[in-house]
Design a protein around this ligand. Sequence first.
Ligand code: SF4
Length: 760
Amino acid sequence: MIFDIEMIKKVYAQFPERVDKARQVVGRPLTLAEKILYTHLWDGTRWRELVARAFVRGKDYVNFAPDRIACQDATAQMALLQFMQAGKSKVAVPTTVHCDHLIQAKEGAATDLKVATEQSKEVFDFLSSVSNKYGIGFWKPGAGIIHQIVLENYAFPGGMMIGTDSHTVNAGGLGMLAIGVGGADAVDVMAGMPWELKFPKLIGVKLTGKLSGWTAPKDVILKVADILTVKGGTGAIVEYFGEGAKSLSCTGKGTICNMGAEIGATTSTFGYDEAMRRYLLATGREEVALAADAIAPYLTADPEVYADPEKFFDQLIEIDLSTLEPYINGPFTPDRGTPVSKMKEVARENDWPLEVQWGLIGSCTNSSYEDLTRAVSVVKQALEKRITPKASFGINPGSEQIHYTTERDGIIDAFEQLGTRVFTNACGPCIGQWDREGAEKQEKNTIVHSFNRNFSKRADGNPNTHAFVASPEIVAALAIAGRLDFNPITDTLLNDQGEAVKLTPPYGEELPSKGFAVDDPGYQAPAEDGSNIEVVVSPTSNRLQLLTPFAPWDGKNIIGAKLLIKAQGKCTTDHISMAGAWLRFRGHLDNISNNMLIGAVNAFNGKTNSVKNQLTGEYDEVPKVQRAYKAAGIPSIVVGDHNYGEGSSREHAAMEPRHLGVRAVLVKSFARIHETNLKKQGMLALTFANEADYDKIQEDDVINFLDLTSFAPGTPLHLEFVHKDGSKDVITCNHTYNAQQIGWFKAGSALNQLKEKSER
Ligand code: SF4
């Protein structure tokens, strides 16, 4: 089955004309990234006007119209609860929901999936029913990991998609611009609004030569991460090209794009080529391949760009695949790269535990058919050469299609002969959903995995687990050897007979020679007409709660507001709405609001989660104090420092204060995305016209807005701070609201305004 082929054909029908026009406007040959960006400018009817000038990379904010959206189960909950408020009967662009994050790995797929389906039943039922109602494709628990499913079914060369997960970027392996976003952005696009992005800078990576032996596509990105570090790609799209790029499989390209998230890149991509074509055919999408073939020169950069890349990219990196060594990156960060030949000395110098306890193969990064065949070629050598593996093995196939096909082809069986635990087709240990025996003892230990992230505690919750990232075949070799410093290229192992044996380089199949097969892929198509479908949310649930629209502005100045907290120093979205154990409440606004600002430091006592309740004079937890104000019908404001709300784009960080009755956030400066999120939720996001005024704010202040009734674009607002001793300071507050955003404030939220418009 091919999903949304008409949408893809439509994109391709207008692609050449738009690229030609953009090339003319920009006045030079175009990179692939630019072609996709310019062909996806918002508002097709006004496209010619919009492309009237070249956008400035790294500066201009531009509205785009993505072709599709993907959401994973943890982030989809609040996104869809919000979408339900938009008053729409269907999503505006093709959307899918994937149940992959909430399944714990412990015993193995059969037991684990059953347990998860029971434990998270209400969440899965909600996602299933809301998807069914609003025209969203739903992938059930066990169907696979979001990005593998997208690559197998939805990605197409030259397309643009957004997803509520940072590794949405994986679809660059099939020539898309695929970008991870916060739930609020996804809701906008689902509701038919544009998606805004700062026009990215461009990093070119020229790949020469060809991979061989133990080196895999994973090593390309491990090397790039080592070069660029976790921040080096920020605000940029990475475009890979060259003969080396063409020699990589489509899923190998996916691996490289996937870990582009680890260098902070907006996304990564490759031009359409034969490998992508083969993958489209193997996954049953001949019609997409034919349509792409028809405009193939448009689905890669203009030839002049790759011939003379220094002229067209902001930064250029060159990697020779023929001389690239396998890398092992870590511990605790994916950008600390060590070539396998150097690990002996580097591990000793750093006192990393040399014994490998677990080898884990999977995650959206490396769970393709090719990955599993290359890893199993190493595993089979252990069986044939009678080497008992020293570490435990676990695998997570990327999708049911891969699981079914690898089972048919004897790959799963070979893994199991080595005692491997085959976990559910889901994220599992990659997102910390791993009930690892003994992790609670917090012993210092080493694990190796083929995932993308290896931050402290990520896999098993143990801060002393040293997690290293490597290709699936290197993970297999190190787990068999049980040593972090084992170099399969040069070292031998002792087998059960005491003989020294050597592993030969891995080999794999890019695609299954007998074709992919699957019995039940785990997909639920949405109802044609969802109007009579009831969305399932239990009123007694503590994990899900239907949202009620935020109240519109009453048209009056806000008078008598209390200061809730004057936050000092860094206040990220993590400080405003913590993750960890709170993740389970992501679909329940009232419950998750109990974490509001608990990580922020109170400037008056230097403590976190301790603020003065002005009604009692006592210090208490921030959410409790705010709930007391709310109960008394008293508005409040939050004051903050520089770059308030930096970090992941988490809409909860804006929704929680709004839900609990905070009316305004006044700071020295905002992280831009959080500022927009506050505006969307109907909050007032204000900045000090004079930063030094931050110091004038006192703990017992009562705040009156003086001119909110004349709230207008470009005109500052004035707030009167009445101090305990009766003295007053009037503080000038800047804002960046345009007329539409003032409309959001007046309506109570952007969604309220959208609903009003759709009802008109
Ligand atoms: S496998 Fe890991 S990186 Fe991929 S979507 Fe799941 S949690 Fe995220």
